[in-house]
Write a protein that binds this ligand. Structure first.
Ligand code: SAM
Length: 276
């Protein structure tokens, strides 16, 4: 018998893949969590029926959300990751020798536990002495923090449930205050094809606070439409003129300095969307 999982990416479109087995599933205090063994993508983390990450293509998302801001900032010592309980972003952040401490603020401890158990490729760096794990709501955590972080990475789920506020202006304003005066924010901002309103609103919210704002793109096969956007807000440094990455970052699977620069080159339909 063949088992298939379908993520309904829009009311009219789904991504379906054959499932060899359900390794784990539970209802946490925040969401429906499942770890699937798929034939095409290997292990897959699914939250509330939406693909979060797969062994097949996780490196693209995690390298791009972490290295773009960390190569732009010349001295990223204190880094905050909000969401990202699978550990993939933290794994990339700790590759930067200049980073002294990474604080991971994930609302759902069960995501971290499931990732430690079933996705060691992603969660391996969670035990690094540089990493502090705090299981609480990122919206509350950033309130009343002043000039603490060099880089803040918002590695959130889609804007449903606890993540809705992570795309709002009030939250970005708290993030702005929590950053030092040369700090950088990066947030995942969904598909430029299927989430245009959300992308536009997140971009404009960040643009109303940060002097430099840019959208950049990556191709991620298991995410809706395959084309994914990230929005970077910088108080000082120009993400289009990054520093040469440290030696060890030249052995990534997706990120290079060339990919970094190219990822800011937007097709006109996306530039026009941001202007509107
Ligand atoms: N790469 C993924 C994507 O774009 O689909 C995101 C992966 S990561 C698993 C997202 C995490 O954000 C989830 O584990 C979820 O529990 C967490 N999260 C959602 N809302 C949050 C909040 N308000 N504070 C902290 N973490 C939150």
């Amino acid at each position: 018998m063949e088992l298939w999982f379908t993520e309904k990416q829009t009311p009219y479109l789904g991504l379906s893949c054959a499932v060899k087995g359900v390794l784990y599933s539970c209802r946490t205090a925040f969401q429906e969590l499942a770890i699937l063994e798929t034939s095409q993508f290997g292990r897959m983390l699914v939250l509330d029926g939406m693909v979060q990450t797969t062994i097949f293509d996780e490196y693209i998302y995690h390298e791009m959300i972490a290295h773009v801001p960390l190569v732009t900032h010349p001295r990223p010592r204190q880094v905050l990751v909000i969401g990202g309980g699978d550990g993939g972003t933290v794994r990339e952040v700790v590759k930067h020798q200049r980073v002294e401490k990474v604080t991971l603020v994930e609302i759902d401890r069960e995501v971290v536990e499931a990732s430690r158990r079933f996705l060691p490729e992603l969660s391996s760096a969670l035990d690094s002495p540089k990493v502090e794990l705090i299981c609480t709501d990122g919206l509350q955590y950033v309130k009343n923090k002043h000039a603490v972080y060099d880089v803040i990475i918002v590695d959130s789920t889609e804007p449903v449930g606890a993540a809705v506020g992570l795309f709002k202006k009030e939250f970005y304003a708290d993030v702005y205050t929590a950053l030092r005066d040369d700090g950088i924010l990066v947030a995942q901002t969904e598909s430029p094809f299927y989430n245009q309103q959300l992308l536009k609103s997140a971009y404009h919210n960040i643009n109303s606070l940060f002097p430099r704002v840019h959208l950049y793109l990556a191709n991620i096969p298991t995410y809706p439409s395959g084309l994914w956007s990230f929005t970077i807000g910088s108080k000082k440094y120009d993400p289009l003129n990054p520093l040469p990455p440290e030696e060890r970052l030249t052995v990534n699977r997706y990120y290079t300095l060339g990919v970094h620069r190219a990822s800011f080159s937007l097709p006109p339909f996306i530039s026009r969307l941001l202007e509107a």
